[in-house]
Design a protein around this ligand. Structure first.
Ligand SMILES: Nc1ncnc2c1ncn2[C@@H]1O[C@H](COP(=O)(O)OP(=O)(O)OP(=O)(O)O)[C@@H](O)[C@H]1O
Ligand SMILES: [Mg+2]
Length: 492
């Protein structure tokens, strides 16, 4: 009997080998498909698959990730092959089912089988990125008689999976990868790191009234799902933050993300080739997020030719020296050579369908030069609120003094208040002066440092004022001289 069995096994193995080796791929696939159909017909079990990617390879499936989370807790109890992913700054390990592993789950006394699978491309397909064309999916198997319960079971899995994701969630800061790295199934358009900026609205130095207003508005927005649905508007809000360098625009974005517990997508427009790439990027953003384009005036040609020409006639020499103008010019030149994202493309993307899918997104543009932006870009409805981040005032200084020196009052405050009325200094410069540089520096030394800086800034402002006056006078005299010369010529 053993000889018979072993010869049958050998014959089957040889048949399988011949089938695999000598049958053409298409025929094999065809036969396999019919065999599977036959098995499905006679089997009392039903299978459902959940693929990692949905819709023309555009979007990673939320259901797939919810199931992954659900199984990462459930499967670790009874799976034999697990995959370990190190997350949260290498501080913890998440275990999940390895490829081809299978686990069982029981819901309301009914048994379900989960299997994780991946489909590799046929060996005849030559891929330039081996491994990236694999398609992962989960397969759920259950008995035909439990058809009624399956809907509530899947709902239970997705709900639990989402709850686990929220519980384990670390806020992320995403930045867009250059588009040349976008190909393949496993590649991502966004690179990410854990977002751990400590800024909050309490530590943000600005007028208390405005701060409270912005806070209330943001909280209302985050709870506004039904309201936005009722008024028929996409659940998103645009902010334009403008002001000189070092006035807290980026800090405000971090404070907003911390307040709302949102992720940040920081878009570097100069690495995006065209409008369609921008759209693809934005489709991959998730809800509960802040989409940021910093220095929007430097990023793309948003002003058009007409304004540029006018600009050139202005005080060119002053602009050459101004560090903001320099930064703008360099970035403009760099972006023009690389990016073909246009103003109309950007507007379409902001207003387009993508902003309506998923919802709960805040879009923020920052700029040092609000006057240079095309009014179409920042009109209400696109950028719903314009927030000016201005030079430090005494009220803002008190917030910084509390943050950096833990004091609410000091006898030097009177002098400082007086100086704030006479000169302009950014919160970044104030903060720098208030930070003790050694253990010997106490609060008084820091406040004196600030007074000194304020006095220097006042003197510089005076000097620059005088210089400007002199240059204006010189120009006026030149113009007058030309005028007189012309008159004299005419008279001759
Ligand atoms: N309003 C503020 N409140 C608290 N800290 C501030 C504020 N403004 C500036 N700072 C401090 O100054 C540093 C620089 O500020 P930030 O990067 O937010 O300026 P910015 O307006 O984004 O400048 P830029 O226009 O150059 O991007 C921050 O790290 C923060 O410590
Ligand atoms: Mg900034």
């Amino acid at each position: 009997m053993w000889t018979e069995l072993s010869s049958t096994i050998t014959a089957l193995s040889v048949a399988w080998f011949m089938f695999d080796k000598y049958f053409p791929y298409q025929l094999r696939a065809y036969l396999k498909r019919y065999f599977q159909k036959f098995v499905t017909f006679v089997s009392p079990y039903i299978e459902i698959t959940f693929h990692e990617f949905t819709g023309e390879r555009l979007k990673r499936s939320d259901a797939y990730f919810a199931i992954q989370n659900y199984l990462s807790t459930n499967s670790t109890k009874n799976a034999k092959k697990l995959k370990a992913d190190v997350v949260k700054d290498s501080q913890s390990v998440v275990l999940s089912m390895d490829d081809y592993e299978e686990v069982t789950d029981v819901f309301n006394g009914v048994k379900f089988w989960w299997a994780s699978r991946k489909k590799s491309p046929p060996s005849e397909v030559i891929s330039f990125n081996p491994g990236t064309e694999e398609k992962r999916y989960y397969k759920l198997t259950f008995h035909r008689r439990n058809r009624e319960i399956i809907k509530s079971y899947i709902e239970h899995v997705l709900k639990q999976g989402k709850e686990i994701a929220v519980k384990d969630r670390k806020r992320m800061l995403y930045t867009n990868n250059p588009s040349k790295n976008w190909y393949g199934w496993n590649s991502t358009k966004w690179g990410s790191i854990v977002f751990e900026h400590p800024a909050t609205f309490d530590t943000l130095a600005m007028g208390t009234k405005m701060k409270e207003e912005i806070k209330k508005e943001l909280i209302k927005f985050s709870k506004g799902k039904d309201y936005y649905a009722k008024i028929g508007k996409a659940w998103r809000r645009g902010y334009l933050l403008y002001g000189p360098p070092g006035t807290g625009k980026s800090t405000m974005i971090a404070a907003m993300a911390n307040l709302l517990d949102y992720d940040i997508y920081d878009i570097e427009l100069t690495t995006i080739k065209d409008n369609s790439e921008l759209r693809k990027l934005l489709i991959e953003t998730k809800g509960k997020s802040i989409i940021v384009i910093e220095d929007i005036d430097c990023s793309i040609d948003l002003t058009g030719q007409r304004k540029k020409k006018e600009e050139k006639d202005d005080d060119e020499a002053d602009k050459e020296k101004d560090p903001i103008s320099k930064k703008k010019k360099e970035a403009e030149e760099e972006s023009k050579s690389k990016s073909k994202v246009t103003l109309s493309g950007l507007l379409n993307v902001i207003d387009g369908i993508w902003s309506a899918c998923g919802g709960e997104r805040i879009i923020i543009f920052t700029t040092n030069y609000v006057d240079k932006l095309d009014p179409a870009l920042i009109r209400r409805g696109r950028m719903d609120r314009h927030i000016e981040m201005s030079y430090c005032c005494f009220e803002a200084f008190k917030v910084l003094a509390k943050n950096y020196l833990e004091i609410e009052w000091h006898e030097l405050f009177g002098k400082i208040e007086e100086l704030f009325g006479e000169t302009k200094i950014s919160p970044a410069d104030v903060a720098e002066n208030l930070m003790p540089k050694s253990d010997e520096e106490d609060e008084e030394t820091c406040l004196k440092n600030l007074i000194e800086a304020l006095e220097v800034s006042k003197e510089e402002a005076k000097k620059s004022q005088k210089k400007k006056q002199r240059s204006r006078l010189r120009k006026q005299t030149k113009r007058m001289a030309k005028h007189v010369q012309k008159k004299q010529k005419r008279m001759v």
